[in-house]
Ligand binder design. Structure first.
Ligand code: PMP
Ligand code: GLU
Length: 384
């Protein structure tokens, strides 16, 4: 049937991570013994303290719209967090609360892009960037990172032309876990001086790091940086959908205008959750780190023992991104077969613009991860 769907939608792919996650969950629901290491979603429950506040606000009957841009108290607390964690000064009119970092990014592209405008995206990249740029009628310009998955600043600067509207920085990175070095962020900021280009800094994995602390490029390029962040990963509340965007007040006003005609405000109850998350400081992400650290160490050791396997050890987030030459070269096929024969669901590098690699999310329990690795080892030995 011809449903007269517009070209813009026909030409985009669905979120690969969400498609693969659903596929794995459907198989599990059918009773298949699948281990799901696809989506980046922590397996920890939402913190009890936060759940209690949410319940209390619901029972009290808190049911009204809030300002589109978010509750004043929440915006103030986000400014306080930026000061404390990032040494950055922002005012409430430079903040908008969104339905997750995903909506922050979507809205930014709608607001800053016109037909044919270019956005530089370092590869490997998170699945939604390219499709969101297309939805904004822009063009994604892919620029590979270096051998260690750090930013190739010279290549990024070289890719800038009159049509360039923005550069995306995602550190800690999904899928590589790489934290871009401070030296590279400074070098990029310096190279951008006098150029009319936004930097969109996706900092959603800020608190999930295992040694090096990530820096925000806003510290070196504040005027033209748009910070994107949220509570999904730091507080294990992916499904609650709270994120935020920070940038100059003129831009924020435009984002608010757009949001006022789409979702309006983020669920008022979930804004209460975000307020509580900020009031508890970084207590929760800190609580999650020791367990994630253990899983990360285990996986790095096990994967690097597979003959030929290589990876740049991840500094943050909860992914390992690796390749086994001769075995994972067609990563899509490898992942399909791994699911079919070994019942382990992972994401192929193609989804992140890096064929030959596999992304494995360790946001799953240690016993499940151990079982998955044992199945992967057997699968590689037996090569179907
Ligand atoms: N950016 C990156 C790099 C991500 O991995 C994700 C995945 N959830 C998002 C943004 C979106 O996060 P949220 O749940 O806040 O929409
Ligand atoms: N960002 C997560 C991932 O890469 C969640 C899925 C999504 O939002 O696309 O797996």
């Amino acid at each position: 049937m011809d449903c007269k769907i517009c070209k813009k939608i026909i030409n985009i792919a669905p979120s690969a991570t969400l498609v693969l996650d659903k596929q794995a969950k459907d198989l599990i629901a059918k009773g298949e013994p699948v281990i799901n290491l696809t989506a980046g979603e922590l397996d920890f429950p939402a913190p009890l303290e936060i759940r209690k506040k949410v319940t209390k606000a619901t029972i009290k009957g808190f049911n009204t719209y809030t300002p589109t841009g978010g509750l004043p108290e929440l915006k103030k607390l986000i400014c306080k967090k930026l000061k404390k964690d990032n040494k950055l000064s922002y005012k409430s009119d430079e903040v908008i609360v969104t339905n997750g970092a995903k909506q922050s990014l979507f809205n930014i592209f709608q607001v800053i892009l016109g037909p044919g405008d270019e956005v530089i995206i370092p590869t490997p990249y998170w699945v939604s960037y390219v499709e969101q740029v297309k939805l904004g009628e822009g063009k994604a310009v892919l620029v590979p990172t270096d051998n260690n998955f750090d930013l190739n600043v010279d290549a990024v600067l070289k890719a800038i032309n009159k049509k360039t509207k923005a550069i995306i920085i995602n550190s800690p990175n999904n899928p590589t876990g790489k934290i871009y070095s401070e030296a590279n962020l400074k070098k990029l900021a310096k190279g951008l001086k006098g150029k009319d280009v936004w930097v969109i800094s996706d900092e959603i994995y800020e608190h999930l790091n295992y040694g090096i602390k990530p820096d925000s490029i806003a510290r070196f390029y504040k005027q033209r940086t748009i910070i994107v962040n949220g509570f999904s990963k730091s507080h294990a509340i992916t499904g609650w959908r709270v994120g935020y965007t920070v940038g100059n007040s003129h831009l924020i006003k435009s984002l608010e205008k757009l949001q006022s005609h789409s979702s309006g405000n983020v669920s008022n109850i979930m804004q209460i959750a975000a307020i509580e998350a900020l009031k508890t400081g970084n207590k929760y992400p800190k609580k999650f780190i020791p367990e994630l650290k253990k899983r990360r160490k285990y996986l790095i050791e096990k994967i690097l023992k597979i003959p030929g396997a290589t990876m740049a050890e991840p500094d943050g987030a909860f992914y390992v991104f690796f390749r086994i030459p001769g075995i994972t070269d067609d990563s899509e096929k490898f992942c399909q077969n791994l699911l079919k024969y070994a019942k382990v669901a992972v994401v192929p590098g193609e989804c992140f613009g890096k064929k030959g690699y596999i992304r494995l999310s360790y946001a799953n329990s240690t016993p499940k991860i151990k079982e998955a690795i044992s199945r992967i080892e057997k699968f590689i030995k037996n090569k179907p």
